[in-house]
Design a protein around this ligand. Sequence first.
Ligand code: WTA
Length: 676
Amino acid sequence: MPTAKKLKNKSGKKSGAAVKSEKKARATSSAQSGPSTIDTLLDEKRSFKPKAAFAKAANAKKEVYAQARRNPEQFWGKLAEELVWNKKWRQVCSFKAPDARWFVGGKLNITESCLDRHVETSRRNKAALIWEGEPGDKQTLTYYALYRQVNKFANVLKKLGINKGDRVAIYLPMIPELMITALACARIGAIHSVVFGGFSPESLRDRIVDLEAKLLITADGGYRRGQIIPLKHDADVALAECPSIEHVVIVKRGNFLLRIKDGRDHWYHRLMQEADNFCPPVYVDSEHPLFILYTSGTTGKPKGIMHSCGGYLTGVYATTKYVFDLKDDDVFWCTADIGWVTGHSYLVYGPTANGATQVMYEGSPDWPDRDRFWQIVEDNGVSIFYTAPTAIRAFMKWGEEWPNRHDLSTLRLLGTVGEPINPEAWIWYHEVIGKGNCPIVDTWWQTETGHILITPLPGVTTTRPGSATQPFPGIEAKILDDDGREVKKGGGYLAITKPWPGMLRGIWGDRERFVETYWSKWPGIYFPGDGARVDQQGYFWILGRVDDVINTAGHRISTMEVESALVEHESVVEAAVVGIPHDLKGECLAAFVTLGGSLEFDDKTAKRLTEFVARKIGAIAKPERIIHVPDLPKTRSGKIMRRLLRDIATGKILGDTTTLADPDILARIKKQYEED
Ligand code: WTA
């Protein structure tokens, strides 16, 4: 009897080879999966005009659109002038697709805009960070305190041999040290790469290896839903295969057990005790890399998205100021983890560049109860609240009684990000959380774009539930068809047709993939990979990914990455993963697998495979359903027809099956799916 591995070798071209050959076919098939969403969104007729009082006091005025249109470079240049530069730029933007340079010739250290300048004013004693741990411990850092900690840790980095341009991996829970260490890297021109604490040791290892990071910053552990996440233990597993790492810094979050490797591992608090208070900022070129953040793409290997200093900072500064209407007396709370781009742009950099007071929370929204977020809003007088639609849908499901227990009257602006928001959730958010008084900004952007690109401006834009409305001033977005022709009204691909300050500068170590993924669909135009529709008023309705990236619970997961993980399991011969609608998460993953030999498939096997994926990638990548099938539907040339699997999983009438090598297989798969 052949073993599973033998079978796998026989079928050979499953994971790696399938990636390239199927990419095109897959992109088209996913793009076709949207009509029902389009119809739902097109029915949406409700609109919400800005209230006069809000508009009067708003940072953004209507004229800003016209100003930016007349002279985009001047518009961005003026905003950049509101930041601290060591040497002014010669030119705002130079662009030769796909390469953009912003604030050419300028030199800066971005921590001067985020910290030093506030310390020199009355903001010195203003709360920069109001942090709350999941168990209930609290800490408030003023701008001066944050400045001191960042300076000290920058000196620690230098002592550990970190220089300008070196990569530092950060694998921490949502604690103040995550922000401190990231800013400290920026202080000395080192490049940070934050790895979300929920990622597995293998995911951490792959990123460290790709980065050739010299230093890892982690913690003994973190809290999530009352459980301890053993970060240092996981990091140790990863580090067994990371030869580039010279030192590890461990933040003591609790009293968690861990092993210390002498000479390599150091306690954060000990190093900080010995560090000098001031570290002069290292001035870098505006284009110097600030950070690398990995995100899923259409292959199994995550992409290290590179962001620069001057352009990125200008973009996050400007969008924070106008989209969130940030004022000095606001309390801003972006609920995202710093492990994702939202936490980078609207926690670490954008709000600090604006001198904001912000809230940071370590744990889960339903711990110890389902009103934790509302308790935090009430306790701290949060005025601006930014979260993901998936969270809003969970709040809706839990019921109004939880927010209604709290005084939410300090809220004045609400935001969403990460996935399309369904109008029902939008309305619920507006009424139950915002009490009908708060404008909602539905902000579209990506890890790659660095900052918000399509969004309402509160006080200016009339909003419509489910629409991210219009491009931010200075941004040019269009809907294009396959041939690059503009769709003036209707659906197509979202395209960004002019460079913008925070745009990604590349994929770390993979120029070819950068060009191929984002710049090859149409010459000189950025392709974000999203489908969208534009209506008569020029409003954009984002419909979701057109490639094999699934947006589940607001996080991007590549189906190919999950497939690659599944086929690594000894029992799995082949796997095809598709995204299907999910009430709370927006979309979730369904995995169709074939098993080797005479293996029986039962609930236990499904659970084992799910856990296997969690171990390989992280819990966020767990398939919701694993369906065992006798074979996968394939074209005669051997391509897996995921479109048909998606149709089965979503109960749709099956599409064209004439190209199938074995037409009977569908009926058998369908039967299996219904039985499981
Ligand atoms: C999706 C998160 C609809 C989109 C900042 C994009 C959205 C991907 C919205 C990027 C929105 C983000 N409406 N879809 N307001 N915001 N998306 O890189 O598919 O984690 O391509 O960045 O999320 O996800 P990422």
